[in-house]
Write a protein that binds this ligand. Structure first.
Ligand code: ZN
Length: 150
């Protein structure tokens, strides 16, 4: 059975990459899954989610600064709310990730972390975490008569 968790992530500034690796791993632990898939979804239009380096914080600064170069806050935008740049950046980075789970946690590379990308904060954001254990995927792929006979 897959398990879905909705957690609140408090973003601490207008634009920020909040490391959510730890809270995602906690949700995987609560699910009990050892191997499988973790799907992450951010149900917002001015925030997204990415995987990138968790070692040198300058990488995160560079990502935010370069996104600002690409999509400046002021420009000839139509959206009257004044946060068109935040919507565009959110679409550039995307709102979901599908990641492997191994050993009861995210199977990330050595220097990787998962970051909720805030472009119009600070706010309380929701992160939807769905964990799909590998054993379930396997059982459902086997026809029921074979499972009963086993
Ligand atoms: Zn808006």
């Amino acid at each position: 059975m897959s398990v879905t968790d909705r957690i609140t992530v408090i973003t601490r500034s207008r634009e920020r990459l909040e490391d959510v690796t730890y809270v995602v791993n906690e949700a995987i632990q609560r699910s009990g899954a050892q191997e499988g898939i973790c799907h992450l979804f951010v149900p917002h239009t001015t925030a997204g989610i990415i995987v990138n380096e968790n070692a040198d914080p300058d990488v995160l600064r560079d990502i935010l600064e370069k996104l600002n170069d690409l999509v400046p806050a002021s420009g000839s935008y139509h959206h009257a709310e004044g946060n068109a740049h935040a919507h565009i950046k959110a679409s550039l980075v995307g709102q979901s990730l599908t990641l492997p789970v191994a050993g009861g946690k995210l199977a990330l590379g050595q220097w990787q972390g998962v970051f909720l990308a805030e472009f119009d904060g600070p706010r309380d954001r929701t992160l939807v975490i769905t964990v799909i254990p590998a054993s379930e995927a396997h059982e459902e792929s086997v026809p029921e008569e074979y499972r009963r006979g086993a």
